[in-house]
Ligand binder design. Structure first.
Ligand SMILES: [Zn+2]
Length: 138
């Protein structure tokens, strides 16, 4: 717990009421979670309502997984003449049939990590960077 900006955290969150037992259980759970890379962010993440997963720097999919998902998504997309970004493909603008390069896409958890979704290939989908950002870092 060293190095936290307690002053700022206090200013920002002291007006809300928290259940200490619940917070403590949540902290423990996240400390034990191998996907959480930034443990200093755990407290603020919880105080902020467990929404901003950026604070935790959740471990992302590795390159092999991304490449493999990208390859299969792109193959399917090309066969249907649709975008390889699943959200572009259902859109109505020029991007609906755009094939993005791997570097233009980011991996996304199909089922949200914060709701228990795993960081494994079955739970990985590639979205263009714009859509991935729009969806938020869940
Ligand atoms: Zn897209």
């Amino acid at each position: 717990m060293c190095g936290l900006e307690w002053g700022r955290l206090y200013e920002e969150y002291h007006t809300k009421a928290y259940n200490p037992a619940k917070v403590s259980a949540e902290v423990k759970k996240l400390y034990g979670d191998p996907y959480v890379k930034n443990r200093k962010g755990i407290f603020e993440y919880i105080l902020g309502g467990s929404r901003d997963t950026k604070l935790l720097d959740v471990r992302v999919f590795d390159d092999a997984t991304k490449k493999s998902v990208y390859a299969s998504q792109t193959k399917q997309a090309e066969a249907k003449n649709k975008s390889n970004c699943l959200l572009c493909a259902v859109g109505h603008d020029a991007n609906r049939s755009k094939i993005w390069k791997l570097a233009e896409m980011d991996a996304d958890h199909v089922s949200a990590w914060s709701k228990g979704g795993g960081t494994n290939i079955e739970n990985c989908q590639m979205l263009c960077k714009t859509h991935n950002r729009a969806k938020g870092n869940r």
